[in-house]
Design a protein around this ligand. Structure first.
Ligand code: GLC
Ligand code: CA
Length: 514
């Protein structure tokens, strides 16, 4: 009954925003050779997979999420040969590389968009009463349609107008993406994170979405409508199954990790059906408050809803959201440590965002330095730039990210939390993250064991993993009894390790052998 090690179930995935890891050529932009030069850090940290945000050529209206060529590398980031070197060097360290695939839309500069022979590759429609064809809204705000004067028709864009949506009812689009998948899999890419995986297929008749009313909350509506026809269609599952079949033709099987922004657990669980996504992000958890009762409830709901074939993914930060050390912990290092113990001990695959291992926080970006057009044009204050700033490798000019004197593409934040100084300090957040990864590798219970909630006092979340591993998380500022006793294998309060304890210190997270 011993299942062979499946890296994407039992390992840890690290998300890198390639423009912000390391700049090898002094243009202020992180690149693939820079990342390759820092793979030792990831090996030392003990991660198994590396997901790169989009690296394909792009006019950068949405920094790579507007692709103009699906089978090449953006010159700012390097070349195909640089990517091959990265994949080989990562492989030598036991790390698999996942790329980001953006199938919902292309750049408006992609040659397909202006190719008359590929008209049906995009969603074109006649207007209604002098306005757009229906009431769909862009996820970045405003109508999801723009009028193209030359074509005399409207085209759909669920994001920026420079990101026209592809028409997934077109056979040509489906066949083209089959070859794109194969192109990268043949180059040793271990799989894809699928951008907006739940949105790609739209209602064929382009029916209006139901308008939201007072009964709707942030969880059930976007920009005043409920997503019923504009996304999360049943037909999306055909596409996912088609891709999974392609994954299976490669050895080892390639992996699909969906960006499934679905805030209803029952609906989300459908993406875990056999033969579909291997992994799917749980944004219900990500958007929870840092409250043990709420977080526990959402994990329990996931445990209940997932089919046997499903495997959860837990993440706390990414390139679109405020980083968890800021959003959940307000920079309080005790809470940051507690959150890391939680993230790395739940049943499922953890995805760490670069900098999480340091407790890196959001960086204030002055208005004159903002780069994210979504922030610039639509949201004003809610730019995503503060969570995409350069990795602080050391406390020196350029932060070890770029050469001293070079202006990085986004400002470098506070250097007090940096890799070099935390590596030298066994009590650091960085060492805690590394030790948690190592403990996962050592304990089959943490990698494979079932999850079970145990009774616990107020403010405490206590659960068992497998047969003999307990995880206790005290979210309160007071000591709390555990109701059980055991030997501490790892604690966010490092001096407690090795002891036998029956209680939690304030804001302590620990792993016990029962
Ligand atoms: C996803 C990405 C986000 C991007 C959007 C459009 O939500 O994570 O960064 O802007 O899709 O591609
Ligand atoms: Ca560079």
């Amino acid at each position: 009954m011993l299942r062979p090690f499946q890296w994407w179930r039992e390992g840890v995935i690290y998300q890198a925003y390639p423009r912000s890891l390391a700049d090898s050529n002094g243009d202020g932009i992180g690149d693939l050779p820079g990342l390759t030069a820092h793979l030792d850090h990831l090996e030392w940290l003990g991660v198994d997979g590396l997901w790169l945000n989009p690296i394909m050529p792009s006019p950068n209206r949405d920094f790579g999420y507007d692709v103009s060529d699906y089978c090449d590398v953006h010159p700012e980031l390097g070349t195909l040969a640089d990517l091959e070197r990265l994949v080989a060097e990562a492989g030598r360290r036991g790390i698999r590389v996942l790329l980001d695939l953006v199938p919902n839309h292309t750049s408006d500069r992609h040659p397909w968009f202006s190719d008359p022979a590929r008209r049906d590759w995009y969603v074109w429609a006649e207007g209604r009463d002098g306005g757009p064809p229906n009431n769909w809204r862009s996820h970045f705000g405003g109508p999801a349609w723009s009028f193209d004067r030359k074509a005399g028709r409207w085209y759909l864009h669920q994001f920026l107008p420079e990101q026209p949506d592809l028409n997934w009812w077109s056979k040509g689009v489906r066949a083209e993406f089959d070859s794109i998948l194969r192109f990268w899999f043949e180059r040793g890419i271990a799989g894809f994170r699928i951008d907006t995986a739940a949105l790609i297929v739209k209602d064929r008749e382009l029916r209006d979405d139901p308008p939201a009313d007072e009964s709707d909350s942030w969880w059930t509506q976007r920009h005043g409508i409920r997503i019923v026809h504009s996304g999360n269609r049943p037909e999306v599952h055909d596409v996912l199954r088609r891709w999974r079949r392609i994954c299976r033709r490669f050895e080892p099987e390639r992996v699909l990790l969906g960006e499934t922004f679905i805030l209803d657990m029952e609906q989300l669980s459908r993406y875990f059906a056999p033969g579909e996504l291997h992994l799917a992000f749980n944004f219900i958890f990500v958007h929870s408050p840092f409250d043990p009762a709420v977080l526990r409830g959402r994990v329990e709901a996931s445990e209940e809803a997932l089919p046997a074939s499903g495997w959860p993914v837990w993440t706390a930060s990414n390139h679109d959201l405020s980083r968890f050390p800021t959003r959940w912990c307000q920079g309080d290092e005790r809470r940051i440590r507690l959150a890391l113990v939680m993230l790395l001990t739940l049943r499922g695959t953890p995805v760490l965002y670069y900098g999480d291992e340091l407790g890196m926080e959001d960086v204030a970006v002055a208005a004159s330095r903002l780069r994210d057009r979504v922030g610039l044009r639509e949201f004003g204050h809610s730019s995503r730039d503060p969570v995409r700033t350069p990795m602080p490798w050391r406390d020196a000019p350029g932060a070890g990210f770029t050469r001293a004197g070079v202006e990085p593409w986004l400002p470098i934040g506070d250097l007090s939390r940096n890799v070099e100084s935390q590596r030298a300090d066994p009590g650091s957040v960085l060492h805690l993250t590394r030790d948690l990864n190592a403990l996962r590798r050592r304990l089959a219970d943490l990698r494979r064991g079932a999850y079970a909630t145990l009774p616990a006092p107020d403010g405490v979340w206590l659960f068992r993993r497998g047969r003999r591993t307990l995880v206790g998380l005290n979210f309160s500022e007071q000591p709390r009894p555990l109701g059980v006793a055991g030997q501490v294998l790892l604690s966010s309060h490092r001096s407690r390790e090795g002891r036998r304890v029956g209680a939690l210190e304030p804001l302590e997270g620990l792993v016990l052998e029962a």
